[in-house]
Ligand binder design. Structure first.
Ligand SMILES: NC(=O)c1ccc[n+]([C@@H]2O[C@H](COP(=O)([O-])OP(=O)(O)OC[C@H]3O[C@@H](n4cnc5c(N)ncnc54)[C@H](OP(=O)(O)O)[C@@H]3O)[C@@H](O)[C@H]2O)c1
Length: 348
């Protein structure tokens, strides 16, 4: 039996977008022509585990919850895990590495990110200003120089307790020294791939323009697209996803609940969108989608987790999860059959 976490399903698709960008129109399936794939592993697994929550994103995830979440993910067939130095200033990498240590390394894929180095200090408070409930034992320093990228990689391997990662993403280049990211970081990542230090070069961002620029360099194998191709809105559909097909770049869709507005069957008045309060027009759109789903006997989050995979460019959806219950529920959601008629209504 093909497990939901490993099936290669290109029959559906969703994502999240910038507050400043209007929801796009109907989703259309792109054509297959122009697709070029690099040699090596085929498409990434359809469902992955996002470990920002293991870095105490917004609130503490207990050790027991983290252990339960990773164990449930593994038992449910999930074999793709994503982390970053940014997530809890190293906490997510350390935790995820320790929790995966009991599993055979050759059986799973792991990604982490570069661009921010972690340096000691200040050590007298917490990291909530960056969204993480951890002590501020370290601070982040942007460094997208070649030496900075290589140092970040080595330090991540130390925290993870691993000797390799499969995908190394350049993390949020639009938020840091963007020109250095393109002039130094990306060529360095490509060189590291040639040297056999990493298998795939990635860029992770919520910024469609910076991702499009990265894809067009021809140096990138995979992008992690945050919130820009969801059930709610698809600003990546016009140019970015077709460019990914043209350049043979795989897409991993993340933040597919748009920060929460799509994560529950019913949309509350205080639903979150892009980490803030959702605007009225998006609440209305989400409720309309929830009502359509209910008419067909499914729920809004069922649609949200499946939607991005309807686009041919999208290989994977990586969901942020902090408990075993969330993992099991999401595995069930991911496996649910969505009537084609419902997708057609959504696309109309
Ligand atoms: N720039 C980048 O490269 C970038 C950007 C964003 C994300 N990412 C990656 O993508 C992963 C996922 O992104 P994300 O965390 O922004 O978004 P997400 O997957 O859309 O949302 C995660 C949140 O959804 C809630 N959730 C998950 N399963 C649930 C369930 N079954 N029932 C109710 N609520 C549920 C959890 O809320 P609670 O917090 O309430 O538990 C969780 O924190 C991250 O962990 C990270 O690995 C990368």
């Amino acid at each position: 039996m093909t497990h939901p976490a490993s099936q290669d399903d290109s029959s559906s698709q969703p994502s999240q977008g910038e507050p400043s960008q209007a929801p796009s129109g109907p989703v259309r399936s792109p054509t297959a022509h122009g697709r070029r794939r690099r040699p090596g592993p085929t498409r990434l697994p359809a469902l992955g585990f996002g470990a920002a929550q293991l870095g105490n994103l917004y609130r503490v995830t207990t050790d027991e919850e983290a252990r339960g979440a990773v164990g449930a993910a593994w038992d449910g067939g999930v074999r793709l895990f994503d982390t970053a130095p940014h997530y809890g200033i190293g906490t997510s990498e350390r935790r995820l590495g320790a929790l995966l240590a009991s599993y055979p390394r050759e059986e799973y894929l792991l990604s982490t990110k570069v661009g921010r180095l972690l340096v000691p200090g200040p050590g007298d408070g917490d990291d909530m200003a960056h969204g993480f409930a951890v002590p501020d034992s370290h601070r982040r320093v942007w460094d997208m120089s070649g030496a900075g990228i290589r140092r970040s990689h080595v330090e991540s391997l130390e925290r993870l307790g691993l000797d390799r990662v499969d995908v190394l993403y350049l993390h949020d280049p639009e938020e840091g020294p963007t020109e250095q990211a393109f002039a130094e970081a990306l060529p360095t990542l490509a060189a590291m791939r040639e040297e056999g230090l990493i298998s795939h070069v990635g860029v992770g961002s919520k910024d469609v323009d910076v991702l499009l620029r990265a894809v067009r360099t021809g140096l990138v194998d995979v992008i992690m697209l945050s919130g820009r191709y969801t059930l709610l809105e698809q600003p990546a559909a016009a140019e970015l996803l077709p460019a990914c097909l043209e350049h043979g770049v795989e897409v991993v869709a993340v933040s597919v609940f748009n920060s929460g507005i799509l994560s529950r069957p019913e949309v509350p008045d205080d639903a979150k969108y892009e980490y803030g309060t959702a605007p009225v027009d998006l609440l209305q759109r989400a409720r309309h989608l929830a009502a359509l789903a209910a008419e067909h006997g499914v729920q809004l989050p069922d649609l949200a987790v499946r939607y991005p995979l309807r686009h041919e460019a999208v290989s994977s959806v990586v969901l942020g999860m902090r408990t075993a219950d969330q993992v099991r529920q999401n595995l069930e959601r991911f496996a649910r059959t969505i009537p084609e008629e419902l997708w057609e209504q959504i696309d109309a």
